[in-house]
Design a protein around this ligand. Sequence first.
Ligand SMILES: Nc1ncnc2c1ncn2[C@@H]1O[C@H](COP(=O)(O)OP(=O)(O)OP(=O)(O)O)[C@@H](O)[C@H]1O
Ligand SMILES: [Mg+2]
Length: 388
Amino acid sequence: MSLSRPIFQRALLAQSLARDVAGESFVDYSSGLFLAAPRRTGKSTFLNNDFIPECERRGWLAVYVDLWADRDTDPAELISGAIGTALGLFENSLSKAAKKAGIEKISLLRTLSWDFSKPRLPAGTTLAKALEVLHSVAGKMIVLIIDEAQHALNSESGLNAMFALKAARDHLNRGRGPDGVRLVFTGSSRDKLANLVLKSKQPFFGANITAFPLLGHDFVEFVTDLWNQRLAATNQFNVEDLEYAFQLVGRRPEMLNQLLTEVSVGRGEASNLGELLRTGALNHQAGIWSDYESACNDLSALQRAVLNVIAERTISKQPFAPFSEQTFAQVNRTLELAHADPNASTPNVQKALDALRDKELVWKANRGEYALEDSAMAEWLTRAGVSG
Ligand SMILES: Nc1ncnc2c1ncn2[C@@H]1O[C@H](COP(=O)(O)OP(=O)(O)OP(=O)(O)O)[C@@H](O)[C@H]1O
Ligand SMILES: [Mg+2]
């Protein structure tokens, strides 16, 4: 059965986040709204489908950039490219209307003197300058949305772009009251995103990371209806079974659809769709866990212990300080439980971390912070305990 996949609208969430951005809610998001949710849970869809339209409804200019869209391009370039594209759009519409109202704004745009046909800022133009011009030309509040923002941490220039954005935002908001620039960041790893806000040397120190709300029960009802419309009246899914399955697949729409397809295709006459769906979801989870198992199979005792300590920190939302006494003690305790030599030290923990990075289990930010590559693994690691 091939299904077109209608998008479930999340207008209330969009309105509520827009209120946060506007400073109309209790929490102060003036230093940036940081939204984290696991991979494939609907962040980008929400931004493009619900949040950007809501920004536009409020008369703001939304500029969207996905730092993962092109992994070979420097995040700094992607950000200035998005601003360049937005400026280019104004150049187009303003030149058409130049005789009427645009002349002043056109000359403002020309102060940047570059080729508007390219989505790129001219050499020597700072992000701050470009944002300032965009703000004046647009004459509205700008909401710069950076999707998968944690990728900026992979390079020094990406990180510098973040500092530049912060400076530009502070500059533009100074003296302009609340209508300057707002920054919205999303990321698929809370830990990675945290690297932008946790330490005083980081660009958005002090900002909070908000858990981006995953798709809820209303989405499950929406999907249930959708599927049932296409199935015989005697052969329907029920919403509790979908809810159960959706939860086990980490509230990922694609995985749920895949299970629904598997279950409904070819077995259309079975009266136990619900049971098949639940079993399918359990198998899915078992599959992921066995992937984790094999990824961890050939780790040394020390590597496994270090990985476990990172996982425990992830679960307790504490930063992982690789070479602290506390970390060594915890690694040693874990090693002892696994009947291995408790030999944690700076050089061998460093070596273990390097090996874990090579295996893409652990991720290191440009400034030396470590995090799990797949934070969903933390639950499995701490549940399974250390098997050495
Ligand atoms: N509101 C929704 N209604 C229907 N399907 C959705 C909805 N949100 C997301 N999806 C589907 O879920 C999948 C993942 O969505 P999306 O790419 O937005 O997630 P993401 O969190 O940005 O993923 P990534 O971590 O890869 O960036 C897509 O196939 C999308 O069509
Ligand atoms: Mg995305």
